[in-house]
Design a protein around this ligand. Structure first.
Ligand SMILES: Nc1ncnc2c1ncn2[C@@H]1O[C@H](COP(=O)(O)OP(=O)(O)OP(=O)(O)O)[C@@H](O)[C@H]1O
Length: 262
């Protein structure tokens, strides 16, 4: 399958002096990744390894120092400068839905806001029916539409975040630690939902996580990041089952010590 998302030799430095950012921190240091249509690539690694920075470059929230991000072969600039159809095609689900959703806004308005931002995806006909359908897609009852985000549980909130992303018709969901803030049982439900949506909506996922147990359940391929670089990448079964890099083995051992089955 040919690649839909291609990240090539990405570099991001924070701090430092001058144009070359001398003395700065190379948060991402020559990362290349690819994601095919309907594929799930998990990016794993310890805290601070650069996973979120890569994700932010993909959605256009972070400008890289160098390197490129392309989608269907088209170069992607910063979020505001992307053609609307590409802006829509790549949506992000954040770690903490309670801070990514305005708690005072009713769910119907949160979804409506997504449709206003991406008018091409707004329903032409019955809005209430379209809203009911998008909520049903994420396992929420229609009556959630009138409730404020702040009055929902963490799991319900994350379902709303996913609904908001889905409402605009994405082809790639970038999930940055999207289940990490949830209780283990809710985590399993949201993972199941993502797996189902991937199939029903023909989505690709770029799934950022530090949790190898979670990654094991969802990934087709895994890229392991350490200190801003990808140290190992391959099919999930190989990377998690027979890792080649010592760092991946260390991560797996640490996960096993915590009782996680990776
Ligand atoms: N806006 C920023 N300004 C300065 N340094 C930053 C910024 N964003 C990230 N960093 C630094 O870049 C490095 C990579 O951070 P990043 O958040 O991408 O890692 P991560 O693997 O996603 O970690 P975590 O799982 O803890 O979010 C870290 O050392 C972090 O402190």
């Amino acid at each position: 399958m040919s690649d839909m998302l291609e990240v090539s030799d990405l570099r991001v430095t924070f701090g430092g002096r001058g144009r070359r950012r001398k003395g700065g921190l190379a948060a991402v240091d020559g990362v290349s990744l690819r994601v095919a249509p309907e594929e799930t690539l998990a990016v794993v690694g310890e805290s601070g390894s650069g996973k979120t920075t890569v994700a932010r470059c993909v959605v256009g929230l972070q400008r890289p120092d160098s390197g490129s991000v392309t989608f269907d072969g088209q170069p992607l600039g910063p979020a505001g400068r992307r053609p609307p159809e590409l802006q829509r095609a790549i949506q992000m689900v954040f770690q903490d839905p309670r801070s990514s959703l305005n708690p005072r806004m009713p769910v119907a308005e949160l979804i409506g806001e997504a449709w206003r931002t991406h008018p091409a995806s707004a329903p032409a006909g019955d809005r209430a029916e379209a809203l009911r359908r998008v909520l049903a897609d994420v396992g929420l009852d229609a009556d959630v539409a009138d409730r404020r985000a702040g009055d929902l549980s963490g799991g319900q909130c994350q379902r709303v975040s996913i609904a908001r992303a889905l409402a605009v018709g994405p082809r790639l969901l970038v999930c940055d630690e999207a289940v990490s803030a949830l209780d283990v049982s809710v985590q399993a439900q949201i993972l199941r939902l993502l797996v189902d949506l991937r199939r029903s909506h023909r989505l690709a996922l770029l799934f950022i996580s530090h949790d190898l147990g979670v990654v094991h359940q969802i990934a087709d391929r895994v890229a392991v990041m350490r200190r801003g670089t990808v140290v190992e990448e391959g099919p999930a079964g190989e990377v998690l089952g027979a890792p080649r890099h010592e760092y991946t083995r260390t991560l797996l051992d640490a996960a096993l010590d915590l009782g996680v089955e990776a």
